[in-house]
Design a protein around this ligand. Sequence first.
Ligand code: FAD
Length: 322
Amino acid sequence: MSVLIFADQFEGKIKKSALEAVQYGAKVAQQQGSNAVAIVLGDVDNAELAALGNYGAAKVLQVAGAKFSDADAGVSTKIIAEAAAKEGAKVVIFSHNFSGRAIAPRVAARLKAGLVAGAIELPDTASGFVVKKNVFSGKAFAKVNITSDIKVISVLPNTFALEAGTGTASVEAFAPAVSDADFKVKVLKTETISGEVPLTEAEIVVSGGRGLKGPENWGLVEDLAKALGAATACSRPVADSDWRPHHEHVGQTGLTIRPNLYIAIGISGAIQHLAGVNGSKVIVVINKDPEAPFFKAADYGIVGDAFEVVPKITAAVKKIKG
Ligand code: FAD
């Protein structure tokens, strides 16, 4: 019996959100007196794989080969379900990141398992297998009892702080029963925007709204983000107006993020925007209108003109960081 965790990687590095899932899975395994086994698709250094032991994995199954790095949700599902059967996994864990959202429901269907998507606490096993998650865009919680024999959980990113230990996981090669015909899509090219911190993995996010007046003023947001080592985001009208790319749009119809610090500049704080950011640990709002609704959700608020306030904050951050 074991707990199987899908640890997804990008360019040979295990994602931070996947490390959170491994750590969560290891704690579930501890609850159950079983072993945490991680599965990694694609080519990753042996040292990087063994280091999953720092987050509690006892063993790592590696499915080596470049084509597995780009495996689509369908073939990934087949491989993970096969690994779950081989390991006798009673619980299968994913991060609730992009790939986890695509693969976890498919694996659950294949294993005839109940699924909780976006877990925010460890399962309560006192009476059943009860997993807590956010509902209604973070306005309420639901506690869901998974009653199936096999259980699938995806873990909300940035919910559990990473606590690296000193374990080493054993690494085992795993050759799944898939053929070329199982690969239904082929990735032709992957482009990364150099230097950019991925928004869903970022600890700090600096975000701009229509209060910034136009794309020509985005230097304000970018300079502060650069000084803080943060990712940049925006409100929906900003993306709709092509001031910023759509992958930066956060909110009900955009990305949901939970950074440690979210700095909102010139954003009114409409409910649809808050839906994507109200899980942030600390929210700082900069707005010239003291009645802006965002101040109600803020931990710290600055009433002022962004064009005066933000350069001062950026200069202060640069000074502190030397
Ligand atoms: P505005 O509402 O125009 O606010 C601009 C703010 O900037 C104001 O508060 C103003 O006081 C302030 N400001 C102006 N000048 C300055 C200055 N010089 N210095 C400082 N502050 C200044 N929105 C999202 O963001 N994400 C979503 O996912 C989303 N989904 C939606 C889904 C639906 C179905 C609908 C109906 C709407 C959705 N919206 C979403 C839109 C949302 O309702 C708001 O219209 C939007 O969030 C407002 O964007 P904003 O705050 O940038 O602009």
